[in-house]
Design a protein around this ligand. Structure first.
Ligand SMILES: N[C@@H](CCC(=O)N[C@@H](CS)C(=O)NCC(=O)O)C(=O)O
Length: 364
């Protein structure tokens, strides 16, 4: 059986589990804590999820992991065959993976009810064998997550409203799309849907505060979360949109204004050797956010996907993207290459964590 090291409430583990269920692949969910040595030796670093296949090979990073699994089966792929739509799906996956992470962590750890739920669950699930009182485990988890992934990731009084607006915008844009069709691009899930499940399943759909917002503000998204969890692949080719319609264009605009701007500023900071940098997103100034080498690679991957498009597909997508925010996809390359996975072995390469310095050293 496939071994998945992760957690029942982890962002990217939820994305992977949704895919494994879709393909009816059995897996066993195991905790990372207590298995760190084995995971580090096999996959390079400890993060969630890490996968070990039945043949013993290790895989990391949900994005290449899903891409690899999809090459191993005969049914219709989750990657659209239309090149323009494939690019759109990859961009949305990356936006959901990397941009919605901040609001997801904020809701989980800034709100008391939410952190009580998450810290209790993680203490019981991951720290069972630690000889510490439960309240101490919960406190340590809360301090680590709030320090590393909320305050340490630029969420403060000045940005909080914008962070929450990012969630509301994602809900509103998705709700409008799901009023038209069952999944983001058509009548079956694509990688855009699996990407969106990362934040929407284990965080926004499950943590008390954002789940209540989702139920009230976007019941169509709430239903889509359950539909995704319950959808199994069929032999039938999916019927996907062939053009970017207005609700899809609105979600893409949001992704460009937020995620692509952050990718651009992060790559510039990385090129300058900065460990932290400031950025302005939709008029909101974020200060001292951690630079991520992994996200320099994410941008390289999106640029590579853009390069693969022919002129027809490029103009089909480009006319729907806000030029000044999206130009990072086709402009001159960022100043410094990530040099991550340069031999292109992902997901079988040595993994890196998203932040070099985003997590307090003592808790790595
Ligand atoms: N790009 C990776 C990201 C994995 C990741 O960052 N997972 C989080 C938890 S959902 C994690 O393990 N963070 C490291 C930590 O908390 O120390 C993926 O898509 O799998």
């Amino acid at each position: 059986m496939i071994r998945v090291f992760g957690s029942r409430i982890s962002y990217y583990t939820g994305k992977l589990e949704t895919y494994l269920r879709f393909r009816s692949l059995d897996y066993e969910l195991l905790p990372t804590i207590g298995n760190e040595r084995e995971i580090r030796a096999g996959a390079g670093t400890v993060q969630m999820p890490i996968v070990q296949l039945e043949d013993g090979r290790w895989m990391s990073d949900s994005t290449p992991v899903l891409a690899w699994f999809d090459t191993q089966q005969d049914r219709p792929s989750i990657y659209p065959s239309d090149p323009a739509m494939r690019f759109v799906a990859l961009l949305l996956e990356d936006y959901a993976d990397e941009w919605l992470w901040r609001p997801a962590m904020h809701y989980r750890w800034s709100y008391r009810q939410d952190r009580q739920y998450a810290s209790g669950l993680l203490a019981d699930e991951l720290l069972t064998h630690y000889p510490l009182p439960r309240f101490v485990k919960r406190l340590l988890l809360t301090v680590r997550q709030l320090g590393g992934f909320v305050r340490g990731d630029g969420v403060n009084r000045a940005t909080r409203a914008h962070v929450e607006r990012s969630y509301a915008n994602a809900l509103d844009r998705m709700e409008a799309i799901l009023a038209e069709r069952r999944f983001v691009l058509g009548n079956a899930p694509t990688i855009a849907d699996f990407g969106c499940m990362a934040p929407m399943l284990r965080h926004f759909g499950q943590d008390p505060t954002p789940a209540e917002i989702m139920r009230r503000r976007a019941p169509g998204v709430y239903a889509w979360v359950a539909r995704m969890w319950n959808t199994r692949a069929t032999e039938t080719a999916p019927e996907l949109v062939s053009e970017i319609d207005p609700p899809l264009a609105a979600l893409l605009t949001e992704a460009c204004e937020t995620h692509l701007v952050q990718l651009r500023e992060n790559a510039t900071a990385y090129g300058r050797g900065l460990r932290r940098y400031d950025q302005e997103i939709q008029g909101c100034r974020y200060t001292r956010v951690p630079t991520s080498r992994y996200r320099v690679w994410c941008l390289e991957e999106l640029r590579r996907a853009w390069q693969c498009l022919d002129d027809v597909a490029r103009s089909q997508v480009r006319r729907h993207l806000p030029e000044s925010h999206a130009a990072v996809l086709w402009d001159a390359a960022p100043p410094k290459a990530s040099e991550y996975d340069s031999d292109r072995r992902a997901p079988f390469n040595r993994a890196i964590n998203v932040f070099g310095t985003g997590v307090p050293r003592w808790s790595r």
